[in-house]
Design a protein around this ligand. Structure first.
Ligand code: FES
Length: 592
């Protein structure tokens, strides 16, 4: 080990006291108090971002995983320094973890930059932690490898296999419909999430884990190893070893976020029937890396790549099944014709190099299907635009009811997620199974974009057997959810998007196949309504105010505009030409 005074390892970024020698002396004096000597302190430093938290139950095994990473770093000759990083417990944050993704990215970026380290292992997992960490590392310009907590293992309820959280939703829907008694749902509550780990269906956490591995930002096989297994710990040790090689001249993470790696991300997103949340996160990550990525690219790739992973909510299996079938490496062997093989990966080499040693799906497993026998045909993710969503909206076709994908009906409008909760079961509302339900003021500016888009079917209709209706909002939807749900409508209602102008009884037309979402109201009428519209009040102080002032729209990744000098504030709502009937006629601004 070298003992020179170059600005590497613990000597990076010295604390400012106006005397560099003193700063270095003082830093080493305090590190000595932690038992480190020159043998330790002259090693390359690997910072380990630890998102353990009692609140983030998905990460409750993370201390053991972090210990495995430490072991790998030490084995490879580095100095591991673990630091607590912001943790985002999906289920325990109010109002929504998405409101804090950008704050987490900001905090993590500054910790990566301000603390001395030559490379980092980003240990995340629960939904927003992984995209936040990637955004942070890309902006911090540091070499880094991503490592996820791994999925939970499944459990059973009276012989039925259960997993979080697609089954959380289906079981709760049965309870709301009167098919599952209170005692039963209490029993289900203890059987949905029984081990450490992230939700074990293809929700957002699993989607991001698979995508990050496919982008080459995590090691092969690391996305799917269940949290309680030795495979997971081995993935941790391997990440620690690789991080040391990154610390001695590896590329910054940003250089791995390229048009090719993002293309591969989109291919995998479509093949796994992944969460629509990944659309927002990938747009944000690409934007941070300066790689142009448009919403329409998701639809284009989706038209070419079928869903071949048989996983809930689009299919039937769980993440442990995917891992048994060979995980992402095996999936990529099947997807090879769609991949860009020259995309560089974190351990050096390319995705094509990884495929040289990857095995095809394990014999006797069916979770990864051949391209010719997909779970769902190509087109599992659609982008819709029109007079109701000039900048676009998304719909997970793979998790929708086919008969509702082309639908025209009058709407009932809810002002917010709270309004839905208060009124959705009101028997006086003129709602039938055909009604389109609209919710607004749940976009990035309006509410931090909660996962409120798959709001419940009115109880009386659920009791009649109605299981799906068209729902439209500027909110997001959990990756574990399902239904004919149009999400991320942009521009959102809170900044005056057309969604703000919809009224009860208006007709809306959805044609997911044609990519159309139109509000069938005349331009004169919309102009009148716009003149009467007033924006909702923003939060007065703090992070919520900062976010509301700077967050971009969903079609731009809902990142803050602070990371790009060329970025513009949230776009104003486009005008509807007076006198026009806004039917099948997307506005000019929608064609950007
Ligand atoms: Fe943590 Fe689902 S709640 S991943």
């Amino acid at each position: 080990m070298t003992s020179d005074h170059s600005a590497l390892g613990v000597d990076r970024g010295l604390t400012s006291y106006g005397d560099l020698g003193f700063s270095r002396f003082l830093r080493r004096a305090f590190l000595a108090s932690a038992g480190f000597d020159a043998e330790d302190l002259d090693r390359p430093v690997v910072g380990i971002a630890d998102t353990s938290s009692d609140y983030t139950t998905c990460h409750r095994d993370m201390p053991e995983l972090v210990a495995a990473v430490r072991r790998g770093v030490l084995q490879a000759g580095g100095l591991p320094l673990v630091f607590p990083s912001m943790s985002l417990p999906e289920i325990l944050l109010n109002p929504t973890s998405m409101l804090f993704r950008n704050l987490d990215a900001m905090v993590t970026e500054e910790l990566l930059r301000a603390q001395p380290m030559d490379a980092a292992v980003l240990v995340g997992g629960c939904d927003k932690t992984v995209p936040a960490q990637l955004m942070a590392a890309v902006s911090a310009g540091i070499p880094a490898v991503s490592l996820v907590a791994g999925p939970m293992l499944t459990s059973t309820f009276r012989g039925q296999r259960l997993g979080a959280c697609t089954d959380c939703r289906s079981m709760w829907a049965q309870h709301r419909a009167g098919d599952l008694a209170s005692d039963d749902i209490a029993e289900v509550q203890t059987a949905l999430a029984t081990t450490a780990g992230t939700c074990m269906v293809m929700g957002t956490a699993s989607t991001m884990a698979c995508i990050v591995e496919a982008m080459g930002l995590a090691l092969p096989g690391s996305a799917t190893a269940p949290a309680p297994t030795g495979d997971r710990l081995r993935a941790g040790t391997a990440a620690g070893r690789v991080a040391v090689s990154l610390a001695t001249g590896g590329p910054p993470m940003a250089s791995l976020v390229t048009p090719d790696s993002l293309h591969n991300a989109l291919v995998v997103l479509c093949a796994i029937g992944g969460s629509t949340n990944a659309v927002v996160h990938l747009l944000a990550i690409a934007r941070r890396a300066g790689v142009p990525l448009e919403l329409d690219e998701f639809a284009r790739v989706s038209q070419q790549v079928p869903v071949i992973a048989d996983l809930k909510p689009a299919g039937a299996g769980y993440l442990e099944d995917l891992h048994r079938a060979g995980g992402v490496p095996a999936l990529l062997t099947v997807l090879r014709p769609h991949l860009r093989l020259d995309a560089a990966v974190v351990e050096g080499g390319t995705i094509g190099d990884r495929l040289k040693t990857a095995r095809p799906p394990s014999v006797g497993t069916t979770t990864i299907r051949p391209l010719t026998e997909p779970v769902k045909p190509a087109g599992g993710l659609a982008v819709v635009r029109g007079s109701l969503a000039p900048y676009g909206a998304v719909i997970k076709v793979a998790a929708a009811t086919p008969a509702l994908l082309t639908h025209e009906a009058p709407v009932v409008v809810f002002e917010s997620p709270e309004d839905v909760a208060a009124r959705i079961d009101d028997p006086r509302l003129p709602i039938s199974a055909d009604t389109i339900l609209v919710m607004r003021n749940a976009g990035p500016v309006g509410a931090g974009m909660p996962e409120a888009g798959s709001f419940p079917i009115p109880r009386r209709l659920a009791a009649q057997g109605v299981r799906d209706m068209v729902r439209i909002s500027d909110a997001r939807m959990s990756g574990t959810a399902y239904g004919t749900v149009v999400l991320h409508v942009s521009p959102e209602a809170a900044i005056g998007g057309p969604l703000a102008l919809v009224r009860d009884g208006d007709r809306v037309r959805l044609d997911a196949g044609a990519g159309v979402l139109n509000l069938l109201v005349t331009g004169e009428e919309l102009a009148l309504r716009r003149s009467e519209w007033r924006p909702p009040a923003k939060p007065p102080t703090g992070w919520k105010r900062l976010s509301a002032d700077h967050v971009l729209q969903a079609n731009e990744g809902a990142d803050l505009d602070l990371w790009d000098a060329a970025a513009t504030p949230a776009a104003p709502a486009p005008e509807v030409p007076p006198g026009s009937l806004a039917v099948n006629a997307p506005l000019e601004s929608a064609k950007e």
